[in-house]
Design a protein around this ligand. Structure first.
Ligand SMILES: [Zn+2]
Length: 298
């Protein structure tokens, strides 16, 4: 009997250890990791849902997490270049090195849009290698989920079939929802939309909008009064009805532009849990579609 208890305890300890330690740079990757990994993974996102992904506050606890990570999921398109490299240098974990099976670079195989002809970070431009905000395109999210399933299967072969089944389920759900989202967005095809920062390009591309006026003169550069005067002119000229802002943007500036033009401010986010009722990736896209279509109807 005593032996059985020992075996049972050993089994419990073993099960606890069997969970994959997954670290993600941002909460969108964490949401996908939970879809694919379920109860088999422990997921930590370094960036908070309402935090600016270009400037995440790099805390020492992240190094501890990275040191014991089995899998790291990051964008691979320089969105996190300002804060991730020093953390990885200090963590020194060969499992999550570039090229290792424990490293998921989400942009692998993604056709990045707006890649500049010349590589420069001049004037604060934070999109020097192409626009890195691709996760709000659900078709790209499917590809990223597949990368994640492959990495989890490599790190935990015993549960490979579960990870692949979860990936198939996620893919099927996205495919079904794409029909619904597409129908909701269809009446607004070709409409121009403004945004504080240039991070709706892939969403717009997927759903037929043209998000082409930005409050920031360049990505990462705050708008000056002269820029705002110019933006007001562009919003009027393009009959723009919606200005998309995110939690870490200066909403007051967007409100001023809105009151001068008759457009409405849309509180949006690129990360699950930044808005109410957006625990999962699919819920996030549901809420984005609802909020944007509501603003465009007016
Ligand atoms: Zn950006």
């Amino acid at each position: 009997m005593k032996l059985n208890v020992t075996i049972l305890l050993a089994a419990l300890v073993c099960t606890a250890h069997a969970k994959l330690n997954v670290v993600t740079t941002l909460p969108d990757y964490a949401a996908l990791a939970r879809e694919i990994g379920g109860d088999l993974v422990d997921v930590t996102a370094m960036g908070k849902p309402t935090e600016d992904p270009h400037f995440v506050d790099a805390r020492p606890s992240f190094i501890v997490k990275l040191r014991t990570a089995d899998v790291l999921i990051e964008g691979g398109a320089e969105l996190e270049i300002g804060w991730l490299p020093p953390l990885l240098q200090t963590a020194r974990n060969s499992k999550i090195e570039v090229g290792a099976s424990g490293r998921v670079q989400a942009s692998e195989g993604v056709h990045l849009l707006d890649v500049p002809a010349t590589l420069t970070r001049a004037a604060g431009d934070v999109h020097a290698s192409g626009n890195p905000h691709f996760m709000v395109d659900p078709i790209i999210a499917k590809a990223v989920a597949a990368h994640i399933a492959t990495a989890f299967a490599a790190a935990d072969a015993a549960h490979a079939a579960t990870y692949q089944a979860n990936n198939q389920k996620f893919t099927a759900t996205i495919d079904a929802k794409l029909q619904e989202w597409g129908r909701a967005m269809l009446p607004f095809r070709g409409q121009h939309v403004a945004a504080y920062h240039d991070d709706w390009l892939y969403f717009a591309h997927r759903f037929g909008l043209d998000v082409n006026v930005f409050l920031e003169p360049k990505p990462g550069v705050p708008p000056s009064p002269a820029r705002l005067a110019e933006v007001i002119g562009l919003i009027k000229a393009n009959n723009i009805k919606a200005i998309i802002v995110e939690p870490y943007h200066n909403r007051k500036i967007a409100e001023k532009v809105a009151s001068s033009t008759g457009a409405s401010v849309v509180d949006a986010a690129q990360y699950p849990e930044a808005l109410p009722n957006t625990t999962t990736y699919i819920q996030l896209i549901d809420v984005l579609v609802a909020r944007i279509t509501t603003a465009l109807k007016h």
